[in-house]
Design a binder for this molecule. Structure first.
Ligand SMILES: NCc1[nH]cc(CCC(=O)O)c1CC(=O)O
Length: 318
């Protein structure tokens, strides 16, 4: 007797953090629902999970990714789910992003004391955030906010807000990705979802990258069924902007693409900004074009921002 279905369980390597495990489990469930394949989560400890040093000192968010990729390349696991915005822009030889699933709302979110929104925070209010992109854009609003660097997992950050019940709560507000709060079931704590006109999201924020070995045809085929091609086009455009600016995850670069209905069908509407870390100046721009041109659109917009002084803005020190 022969059987045409291979029933081996797919091994999904995941970081131990609650956000990583939640994202991984969501994708595991989606794979099983779409293909019938069984998926098992395999915990992998990364340098970033072990250390309390600032991520920038560890060499960027790439530290979270490296251990997962090693396990993939070694054949210890068959797939990994990354927060797409944490991936370096350079492709990893031997690995492929086999699926970009449906994307969460990519916007940033404010969690403030007493239900306050950004415009209600009095000058001098302490607002915690780790990402230089958020630091720069919050300063550039000109509200006189005291932007404080913070680190730690989502619940640690939320606990820093006065009134949250966290021990030693010392901040008036924190700014986080809405997507992370959504995945952790903490949307109720958001006091304002920040309009991209004020704070433009990070390239690929809210999107997941489902990665496997390039040579693993079976896993690639299974994962392909989770693909959302519009989400992939948006992410490609945003990350091509970032790559062309030769900026990493620690640069004050924002990029956000949406699919809008144009005269001749769906089009990408891509916006990007580079903001001086002290908030003193910024360049912003946008471009529109067909989805298959995503990468070229990102490059063209980045080239425009470079022409208009992006490098000088990125060189500003706090
Ligand atoms: N840099 C850490 C990180 N990586 C992905 C997310 C949230 C989820 C996402 O953007 O997909 C976060 C936390 C945050 O920025 O608040």
């Amino acid at each position: 007797m022969t059987t045409s279905t291979v029933t081996t369980t797919l091994r999904l390597g995941t970081r131990a953090s609650e956000l990583a495990r939640t994202q991984s489990q969501t994708v595991a469930d989606a794979i099983t629902a779409a293909t019938g394949a069984a998926v098992e989560l395999v915990p992998i400890v990364t340098q970033g999970d072990r250390s309390s040093a600032a991520i920038a000192q560890l060499g960027g968010t790439g530290v979270f990714v490296a251990a997962l990729r090693e396990a993939l390349l070694a054949g210890e696991v068959d797939l990994a789910v990354h927060s797409y915005k944490d991936l370096p822009t350079a492709p990893e030889p031997g690995l492929i992003i086999a699926a970009v699933p449906d994307r969460e709302d990519p916007r940033d979110a404010l969690v403030a004391r007493d239900g306050l929104i950004l415009g209600e925070l009095p000058p001098g209010s302490k607002v915690g955030t780790g990402a230089p992109r958020r630091v720069a854009q919050l300063r550039a609003l000109g509200l006189g906010l005291d932007v404080v660097p913070i680190r730690g997992n989502v619940d640690t950050r939320l606990g820093r807000v006065v009134g949250s019940g966290g021990e030693g709560a010392d901040l008036d507000a924190v700014v986080l990705a809405r997507a992370g709060l959504s995945r952790l079931g903490r949307l109720g704590m958001i006091t304002e979802t920040l309009d991209p006109l004020q704070v433009l999201p990070a390239p690929a924020q809210g999107a997941l990258a489902v990665e496997c070995r390039t040579s693993d045809a079976r896993t690639r085929e299974l994962l392909g069924r989770l693909e959302n091609s519009a989400a992939r086009a948006c992410v490609l455009a945003e990350r091509s902007t970032l790559a062309t600016l030769e900026a990493g995850c620690s640069a004050p670069v924002a990029a956000y693409a949406e699919v809008a209905e144009g005269d001749h069908g769906p089009e990408l509407f891509l916006r990007a900004s580079v903001t001086a870390i002290d908030g003193s100046d910024a360049v912003r721009g946008s471009i529109t074009g067909p989805l298959p041109e995503a990468v070229a659109l990102g490059r063209a917009l980045a080239a425009e921002l470079l022409d208009r002084g992006a490098v000088e803005l990125m060189a500003v020190t706090p």
